[in-house]
Design a protein around this ligand. Structure first.
Ligand SMILES: [Zn+2]
Length: 250
């Protein structure tokens, strides 16, 4: 393990974020052009191949092989399953990896613990790579998130959240190289602004191109007023729009 080997821990309140002005944006390709759907990640340009510090561990599964081929830095991770309360469900990672927070040219900052690796199922790692490329093409340099793997149930019930399997991430915002940070809490409702447009276009693209199976926005319910919940619930294709809707997977 190298520099970013601290793991786990609860997320802390958002760190202070700096403000500045925005930069010109390059033409932004669709997700499918920026790295393809997850199954096409292996055909994408190698991002870190040959780098001396590309501490890639080639894993056993095809997903990890694709990650390695894409130059993503990660470590195979096999934590012991843990019980989800008294539900009988065991939280676990089917194909676990510790993901270096630099993904596809974007820094994934775990608020309150910014240098920590992301604890994820490999399928989520591939989705984050595709999402990172989409964001990087629009000038985003970092994403602020508040966690991936977390052994917990969906709020208000005992069904396991996709977080319990390392197949979900909560995104609070993102930053450009210059300019004020984009924050879901404030900017989702400002659709006419650059920041608001970015958030709405991101949610639409992640849904349309099936990078994630579930995209929950502040429109889903009050519990999501300050973040986008993105997950890989099997057999679902859902984006919350407008009035409240009911769904599994959060
Ligand atoms: Zn979530």
């Amino acid at each position: 393990m190298a520099a970013c080997d601290a793991l786990g821990g609860a997320a802390s309140p958002p760190a202070a974020q700096e403000a500045a002005a925005s930069s010109p944006q390059p033409p932004a390709p669709r997700l499918a052009d920026a790295g393809g759907v997850r199954a096409e990640v292996d055909a994408a340009p190698c991002l870190g191949c040959g780098a001396a510090d590309a501490q890639v561990v080639r894993g056993e599964g095809a997903c990890q092989e694709r990650l390695a081929a894409a130059g993503v830095r990660f470590w195979a991770h096999r934590p012991a399953p843990e019980p989800l309360g008294s539900s009988g469900v065991m939280c676990h990672l089917a194909d676990g990896v510790l993901l270096h927070p630099e993904i596809g040219g974007v820094r994934w900052r775990w608020l309150g613990a910014e240098d920590r690796a992301l604890v994820v199922d490999c399928a989520l790692a591939e989705a984050l790579l595709v999402m990172s490329r989409w964001l990087a093409a629009r000038g985003v340099v970092s994403v602020d998130h508040v966690g991936t793997y977390h052994c917990r149930a969906i709020a208000g019930g005992d069904r396991p959240s996709q977080h319990a399997f390392g197949r979900a991430v909560d995104v609070r915002g993102m930053t450009f190289a210059r300019g004020r940070p984009v924050r879901v809490l404030e900017d989702w409702r400002r659709e006419q602004t650059r920041s608001g447009r970015l958030l709405h276009e991101l949610a639409e693209a992640l849904h349309r191109d099936q990078v994630f199976n579930v995209v929950l926005t502040p429109e889903y319910n009050p519990g999501h007023h300050d973040h986008l919940h993105l997950d890989l619930t099997p057999g679902v294709h859902f984006l919350s729009r407008g009035e409240l809707e009911v769904l599994v997977g959060e």
